[in-house]
Write a protein that binds this ligand. Sequence first.
Ligand SMILES: [Zn+2]
Length: 259
Amino acid sequence: MPLILTVLGTASPHPQPGRPCSGYLLSGGGAEVWVDAGPGTFAELQRHIDPARLSAIWISHLHADHSADLLSAVYGLAYGGMTPEVPIPVYAPTACAQRLAGFFGKADPAFLNGVFVFEALYDGHEAHLGGLRLTSRAVVHDTEAYGLRAECDGAVLAYSGDSGPCAALGELACGADLLLCEADIDRHREREQPQVPLTPEDAGALALAAGVRELLVTHVGSPLTPESATERAAAAFGGPTATAREGDVRTVGRGERNS
Ligand SMILES: [Zn+2]
């Protein structure tokens, strides 16, 4: 069964018309996983799947542009009739449940038990969902953050989340068929601290060093444009490079071609 990536949203740091923040649907091995819940992505998710059928939700970190639509999901799943048969596992950094409960003015997240079951991520966390294996690695950011390696029937997708350059990113991306990588900032001189995100050149260098087959550029912040970031990342990588676009559906794996 193929590994399929559907792009729900790519914007940074705020949603734009027709362009939600970070979010993806990953399908493979009989599993369907919502990867990052940026604002606007819960609506886009519904174009592709009944959210009640999700096998799991995976959250890279708790910055709002990657996680705030968990709130929309609670409304849909708990109050909107999209009732899951069993609570949906949410793999996320510690305190995700408490953060979400806070939006409802509650200190105890137990009221979410009917829709979500939270599982804290850690460096090296693995989840097996049917034939889909998800491996999480701690990456460098200004909050607890993870990158993801998804493997299904020999196909490998790596996702940077938000991260500065770090060894874990290279390990996650090693030999991947597709590296879905943020390129959020324009210049290195903006990097006052090492946890500031990647430039397009960083993304391209990561793809080259990790020997990935294709680079997909996402989460591009101003003053960059998706086009300029992709061009710069491609120059640093020297291999196939594309811009992630809302609605893109890409089959990941050897011999697969996406246009
Ligand atoms: Zn972030």
